[in-house]
Design a protein around this ligand. Structure first.
Ligand SMILES: [Zn+2]
Ligand SMILES: [Zn+2]
Length: 466
C-alpha cells in the first residue's frame, strides 16, 4: 500500500487521499491517470497542423455543402466568381465562417465568464469535451458546463438568462421561439450537436415483440415533448399502424431516470438518448430494438444554441464559443478519437457513466442485448450543420401531432431559428443566381421529404391530428 499511503511518515498528515497528492481516492488513481493521458493526447492531436487543416476544411466543406447541396451548382458558382469571392460571400453571411476570421483576429470578448447547461448524454459530447480539453479556455473564455436535471429546467434557465448558452434538443429553440409551452422568446440553433445516436430500447421481457404492431398498450418514455425522440417514436409506430396518442402511452422522463423506470416496470421501453440505451443493455434490463440511424440516417438530435439577444449583445463571445464547439465537433467526428473522448467525458462531473458503456456508444462497436455484437461506426455522429430543411421537418411533425395549430410559416421560422442565415439573399446581391441551398431533402423510413411542400407532407400521413 505504500504506493498510495504513507502512514509511517512523521512529517506528513495521514489523509485517506491518494499519495500522489491529488484530490481523489487511492483506488481511483489509475483511472484518473488514464484520463489525464487521454486529455493530453487529444490536446496534442488538436494542436497538430493536420487537425487544424482538417478542422478548417471540415467547416468550409460543410458550409459549401449547406449552401450548394447540388455539386454542379457549387462548381458553376465557383467557376463564375472564383474562390476568393465565394469565400468572402460566405463569411459575410454565415456566423460559422465569420467566426473563423474573428478567431484569428481575436475581437474583444464582451463577456468571458459563461454558464452553459447540458444534460448528461452523449449527444452533448462536443460541448462537454471542449471543457476538459481546454477549447473554451483557448478562446479566452471561462466556461462552466453545468449538468442539468431535465429539459424543462434547461428551457427555464435559458429564459431567465441564468445560462448564457446551452445544449438544447434541436426542436426546442423552434418551440420556444414560437411560444409553445413557454413564453415566446427568440432562440437560435447555432450548430447541431449530434446526428444519429438514439435508439428504441425495450425491456428484456419483450424480446419476442420485435414487430411494433405488437406494442398496443405499451408505455414509452421520451426525454421531452419537443424532441426528435418524441417525433421519431411517433413516426415509427404510426408507420406500423399504431396511433401514438391512442394505442400506446408516451410520457416524458429525464434521460438519467429512464433505466430505473425500465427496471421498475413503469415503462416498456423508450426512444432515448445514449448512453441510456447502452446502459440498459449493460444492466441486462433492456435490449436495443432499433437505432434511430436506421429510421433516418443522419437525423439531427441535439443542438448547441443560445438566445438571439445573447448573440446580438455578445457577437465576439458568441463567435469564440462557436469556434470552440465546432473544433470539438470536428474532433468528435474522427473515429480515431472516439475511445479517448469516451474516457474524458465519462467521469462524474460530466456523464457519470461506466467508461465501457460510453465507449460502446461512441465507437459504435456494441452489444445489443440480444446476444449480438454490432459494428456501426456512425451509430453516433457529430455533423454540426443546421440544415433548415431539418427544422421544416420538425415543424411538420409538430403540426402533424397537434403541438402547433393553424397555418405554419415553415420557412420563415426555420430561417429565423436555424442559423444558416440568409446566404441566398447575399448571393443575389453579388449578382449570382441564388442556389436552393440549405434545404436538402432526405428520407425518413424510406419516404422522401420535400421541404418545399411541408403541408402536403403532413397531409400525406393517414395517422395525424390535423
Ligand atoms: Zn493519485
Ligand atoms: Zn440528442
Amino acid at each position: 500500500m505504500s504506493r498510495y499511503f504513507d502512514p509511517f511518515d512523521a512529517d506528513r498528515p495521514l489523509r485517506l487521499q491518494c499519495a500522489c497528492g491529488r484530490d481523489h481516492r487511492p483506488d481511483e488513481h489509475d483511472a484518473v491517470m488514464a484520463r489525464d493521458q487521454a486529455v493530453q493526447e487529444l490536446q496534442r492531436r488538436s494542436e497538430t497542423e493536420d487537425f487544424e487543416t482538417y478542422s478548417r476544411e471540415f467547416i468550409e466543406a460543410s458550409l459549401m455543402k449547406a449552401i450548394f447541396p447540388q455539386d454542379a451548382v457549387r462548381r458553376r458558382f465557383l467557376r463564375a466568381v472564383g474562390k476568393g469571392t465565394a469565400m468572402a460571400a460566405i463569411s459575410s453571411v454565415l456566423p460559422t465562417a465569420s467566426l473563423q476570421a474573428m478567431a484569428q483576429e481575436a475581437g474583444p470578448l464582451e463577456k468571458k465568464e459563461l454558464k452553459i447547461g447540458f444534460i448528461p448524454i452523449t449527444c452533448a459530447t462536443p460541448l462537454i469535451m471542449a471543457h476538459p480539453l481546454g477549447f473554451y479556455r483557448k478562446q479566452g473564455l471561462d466556461v462552466s458546463v453545468i449538468k442539468t436535471a431535465g429539459w424543462a429546467l434547461i428551457r427555464d434557465k435559458m429564459l431567465n438568462k441564468e445560462y448564457d448558452a446551452t445544449h438544447f434538443l434541436s426542436p426546442m429553440p423552434l418551440a420556444i421561439s414560437m411560444g409553445l409551452g413557454s413564453n415566446a422568446k427568440p432562440m437560435n440553433v447555432a450548430t447541431i450537436q449530434n446526428t444519429n445516436g438514439q435508439a428504441i430500447t425495450l425491456h428484456v421481457k419483450h424480446k419476442d415483440k420485435r414487430d411494433p404492431k405488437q406494442w398496443k398498450g405499451f408505455k414509452f418514455a421520451v426525454p421531452f415533448e419537443y424532441s426528435m425522440h418524441n417525433f421519431l417514436l411517433r413516426y415509427y409506430v404510426a408507420e406500423a399502424g399504431l396511433d401514438p396518442d391512442r394505442d400506446i402511452q408516451i410520457r416524458v422522463v429525464p434521460p438519467p431516470e429512464m433505466v430505473a423506470n425500465l427496471r421498475a416496470g413503469n415503462i416498456d421501453g423508450y426512444l432515448g438518448p445514449d448512453p441510456f440505451n447502452q446502459r440498459a443493455v449493460f444492466e441486462e434490463i433492456g435490449f436495443i430494438h432499433i437505432l434511430t440511424k436506421e429510421l433516418w440516417d443522419g437525423h439531427p438530435c441535439c443542438a448547441f444554441g443560445t438566445s438571439a439577444e445573447f448573440i446580438q449583445q455578445n457577437p465576439n463571445t458568441f463567435a469564440a464559443l462557436y469556434r470552440a464547439v465546432l473544433t470539438a465537433a470536428a474532433m468528435a467526428r474522427q473515429p480515431k478519437n472516439r475511445e479517448l473522448i469516451a474516457k474524458v467525458i465519462s467521469p462524474a462531473q460530466y456523464l457519470n457513466q461506466p467508461e465501457a458503456v460510453v465507449t460502446q456508444v461512441l465507437t459504435g462497436r456494441f452489444a445489443d442485448g440480444l446476444g449480438n455484437v454490432r459494428n456501426v461506426p456512425d451509430r453516433a455522429d457529430f455533423n454540426p450543420i443546421p440544415w433548415q430543411s431539418m427544422a421544416v421537418w420538425m415543424l411538420t411533425q409538430m403540426k402533424r401531432w397537434g403541438y402547433v395549430k393553424g397555418d405554419v410559416n415553415y420557412k420563415q421560422i426555420a430561417e429565423q431559428v436555424f442559423l444558416l442565415t440568409d446566404a441566398k439573399k447575399h448571393m443575389k446581391a453579388l449578382g449570382e443566381t441564388a442556389p436552393e441551398g440549405a434545404y436538402p431533402g432526405f428520407k425518413v423510413m424510406g419516404k422522401p421529404f420535400d421541404p418545399a411542400k411541408p403541408d402536403a407532407y403532413v397531409n400525406s400521413f393517414a395517422i395525424r391530428r390535423t
